[in-house]
Design a protein around this ligand. Structure first.
Ligand SMILES: Cc1cc2nc3c(=O)[nH]c(=O)nc-3n(C[C@H](O)[C@H](O)[C@H](O)COP(=O)(O)O)c2cc1C
Length: 177
């Protein structure tokens, strides 16, 4: 799939998945796309745990009662950063931005492969879910689950919600004109 088609087709998918596994080749391709994303000082601070074990998927997916994609996905990519982000440039750390850049690359790769996913982030921050999932995955002390991407072959048709028109968000040369 051409890049701009993938950008237009990517959307947050929270529907049912087909009962077909996602190949490890595809999962590796997706994570490699994430690893090629830019990162502050090229520090490459995001680590990834790729889950395709049915029991672990069920344990994590079962925590998200309102999201079919989390419950039915055939794989998850769990993105991990330092709990206390380490400074890499003039006292600044960029771990959250690094992680977000990796995730967007992966979402585009997922779309290009005919798969679907959703950026699970806000949900992780409540009820110590990130910590509970970290324990399940034996994360070392100091690391935290920041974003999860549930992945599968979509069984439902959805599309990207409408975005604001260009003229409401972008201008040449001067803000608002
Ligand atoms: C930082 C961030 C956090 C998000 N957290 C969640 C989440 O916890 N659960 C969820 O279902 N979607 C989450 N989303 C997906 C957004 O709801 C979604 O991107 C937005 O509604 C726009 O829809 P689209 O992705 O289909 O364009 C998150 C997206 C971002 C960028």
């Amino acid at each position: 799939m051409e890049l701009f088609e993938a950008i237009a087709k990517r959307h947050s998918y929270r529907g049912a998945f087909k009962d077909i596994p996602v190949s490890r080749d595809d999962l590796k391709k997706i994570v490699e796309a994430g690893m090629k994303a830019p990162s502050g000082k090229n520090a490459q601070t995001t680590s990834f745990v790729i889950i395709d074990d049915k029991d672990i998927l069920e344990k994590i997916g079962g925590m998200h009662v309102s999201n079919k994609a989390m419950q039915q996905c055939k794989a998850m990519i769990v993105c991990i950063i330092n709990n206390v982000p380490e400074p890499v440039y003039e006292g600044f750390s960029f771990e959250v931005e690094d992680c977000a850049a990796a995730v967007e690359n992966m979402l585009l790769a997922i779309t290009a492969l005919g798969l679907a996913s959703v950026w699970i982030d806000g949900w992780l921050r409540r009820e110590s879910r990130a910590e509970k999932i970290g324990d399940l995955l034996s994360l070392p002390k100091g690391k935290i689950v920041r974003i999860i991407l549930p992945i599968g072959i979509p069984a439902e048709e959805h599309s990207q919600p409408e975005k604001l028109p260009f003229c409401k968000r972008a201008w040449f040369n001067k803000f608002g004109e």
